[in-house]
Design a protein around this ligand. Structure first.
Ligand SMILES: Nc1ncnc2c1ncn2[C@@H]1O[C@H](COP(=O)(O)OP(=O)(O)O)[C@@H](O)[C@H]1O
Ligand SMILES: [Mg+2]
Length: 294
């Protein structure tokens, strides 16, 4: 299927930093594509260039095979990472005001129901919780019944329950065959919501694929965590790669049995040992040497 959006060698340089440094990807209609990366990786800059809010330094962006034109503006919805809501307006007034800006509009009842706003419609914007604010911002992004929706870190700062709530809504939107581009620094979010992810660091996409495919390809092994002191010389004698983190050591290995046998031989205290399958955070650490959630 032809991509709905096609980004080719996109760059955005600021005087001090190459925020986006040559990224390329094409997104099929109807999927959720995620840019996963730590703070400062270039996620917001990348999607703001694609949205048309920032001018690229170089590169090309095609929407349905053509350079972005009027139809692009009319057919996309944007949820910004940081948005101030108008004060002294209720949730319903905000939604109505925003929806009036467009010729093409989503049904109001649909927006309220999809984004679960029934109970807060009469509430002043200043009196809604973080999760409620994100749901209102999502409804605003859907106000013009967009085909393509950009969500910039939609759940950052939310508590786990509010986060799950928002995930349900995003899945709902996805089931309507809309295309979603989202950014996140939460591995679980990328795994749960995204059909494909690009892992981004220092303005470059390091790997791209389905969450399961990436795990199969790059993170088939185990991660062993130990809250005990082991010196580098000892670790060097084990078939593994290790990282020292706050208060513990993380050992990544493709042969956990062999690794644990060596630890026993070395007389390491294993009472705090935890062994688990590798996840996307381990993959990120393996590929970049630093953590996704710094
Ligand atoms: N307007 C700007 N001027 C200069 N530097 C910027 C600007 N916006 C972002 N940056 C820098 O670009 C890099 C990427 O930022 P950003 O795209 O916000 O990352 P992310 O959204 O992944 O946290 C950071 O180093 C940030 O400081
Ligand atoms: Mg950002």
């Amino acid at each position: 299927m032809d991509p709905i959006i096609d980004v080719r060698d996109l760059k955005k340089y600021f005087p001090e930093v190459k925020a986006v440094d040559g990224i390329s990807f094409a997104i099929e209609p109807g999927i959720c594509f995620g840019l996963l990366g730590p703070n400062g990786a270039g996620k917001t800059t990348a999607i703001e260039v694609i949205e048309g809010i920032l001018e690229p330094t170089a590169g090309e962006i095609y929407y349905k095979g053509e350079p972005r034109g009027r139809s692009f503006k009319n057919e996309v919805g944007i949820q910004f990472q940081n948005t101030e809501l108008p004060q002294y307006l209720t949730v319903k007034e905000t939604l109505l005001t925003f929806r009036d800006l467009y010729d093409r509009r989503s049904d109001l009842g649909y927006l309220i129901e999809t984004c679960r706003l029934e109970e807060i419609l009469k509430r002043d914007n200043r009196k809604i919780s973080g999760g409620q604010k994100q749901r209102l911002l999502l409804a605003m992004a859907l106000a013009n019944d967009p085909e393509l929706i950009f969500l910039d870190e939609p759940t950052t700062g939310l508590d786990p329950q509010a986060r799950r709530h928002l995930w349900d809504i995003v899945r709902n939107i996805k089931s309507l065959n809309k295309t979603i581009v989202l950014t996140t620094h939460y591995m679980e979010e990328a795994e749960i919501l995204c059909d494909r992810i690009g892992i981004i660091d220092h303005g470059k996409i390091i790997v791209m694929g389905t969450p399961a495919g990436l795990l199969r390809e790059y993170a088939g092994g185990s991660t062993i965590t130990l809250r005990t002191e082991i010196d580098d010389a000892m670790l060097q004698s084990i078939p593994c790669r290790w990282f020292r983190k706050h208060g513990h050591i993380e050992i990544q290995t493709d042969s956990s049995g062999e690794c644990i046998r060596r630890l026993v031989e070395l007389g390491v205290d294993l009472s705090t040992m935890n062994v688990r399958h590798q996840n996307i955070e381990d993959l990120f650490l393996k590929l970049t040497g630093h953590e996704l959630r710094a």
